[in-house]
Ligand binder design. Structure first.
Ligand code: SAM
Length: 227
């Protein structure tokens, strides 16, 4: 049974897709997709031995051998041409790590039709990588589970170069369109935390004025985003 976070990622996988889940740990996501009958082939890539073993066990427990293939490999090196993978999922890592995995594995991206990415932090950097590498953001989701808020970004290669403003990169073009309750909660909480940070800075003997101004500038963007 998937967490709400992984269930949301799963819901964005096209029916019949050939999936590579990179950083799969227990392979919960690809296993559930195959068990649900939504897809019938997936790679579960892991760079660390322990999590790779977790994937091997999960696959065995559900008799998914041959349908979910575990691979011990760094990033997109888990994908082989014969897999005919068309969809990549990467969940539960920082946005800059996800971007570096994509950057390092660029040669494997040529056949990929859809990326479904769930960065824990660093969403802005990840969107920037996508933009700079000719991906178009197709949709975004934001969900809350166990007091954590997660963003999920779906991107597809674009023919025409796509540009996003700094504001859109920071907050997410689709999340800005809907400005839903979870989006507002995420940034409200951010505002509160940063207000506290500024408070502390102002109490210093020599308050870092420049830094405080920078933060305040961004906070006014945040206020605009949730207005
Ligand atoms: N994707 C699962 C999820 O969202 O629940 C597991 C997330 S877990 C926090 C992150 C996993 O990514 C770890 O098991 C880690 O070993 C793996 N990982 C980190 N860097 C990786 C890389 N370059 N290639 C493959 N796996 C990687």
């Amino acid at each position: 049974h998937l967490s709400a976070r992984l269930a949301c990622v799963a819901s964005l996988v096209p029916t019949g897709a050939r999936v590579a889940d990179i950083g799969s740990d227990h392979a919960y996501l690809p296993a559930a997709l195959v068990l649900d009958g939504k897809i019938d082939f997936a790679i579960a890539g892991e760079v660390v031995k322990g999590p790779y073993e977790n994937a091997v066990h999960e696959i065995k427990d559900h008799q998914l051998e041959g349908r979910v293939i575990p691979r011990l490999a760094d990033g997109l090196a888990a994908i082989e041409p014969a897999d005919k993978v068309d969809t990549i999922t990467i969940a539960g890592m920082g946005g800059s790590l996800i971007a570096s995995i994509l950057e390092k594995g660029k040669d494997k991206l040529t056949r990929i039709k859809r990326l479904i990415l769930q960065p824990n932090v660093g969403e802005s950097q990840l969107r920037e990588w996508l933009m700079n590498n000719h991906y178009q953001i197709m949709t975004e989701k934001i969900i809350e589970e166990d007091n954590h808020i997660y963003e999920i970004i779906v991107a597809e290669p674009s023919v025409v170069p796509f540009r996003y403003s700094k504001y859109e990169l920071d907050f997410g073009p689709f999340l800005l369109e809907s400005k839903g309750p979870v989006f507002k909660k995420k940034w409200q909480e951010y505002l509160q935390r940063e207000a506290h940070v500024i408070d502390q800075m102002q109490k210093a003997q020599q308050p870092p004025v420049k830094k405080i101004n920078e933060i305040n500038q961004f906070l006014s963007q945040v206020k605009e985003a949730i207005a």
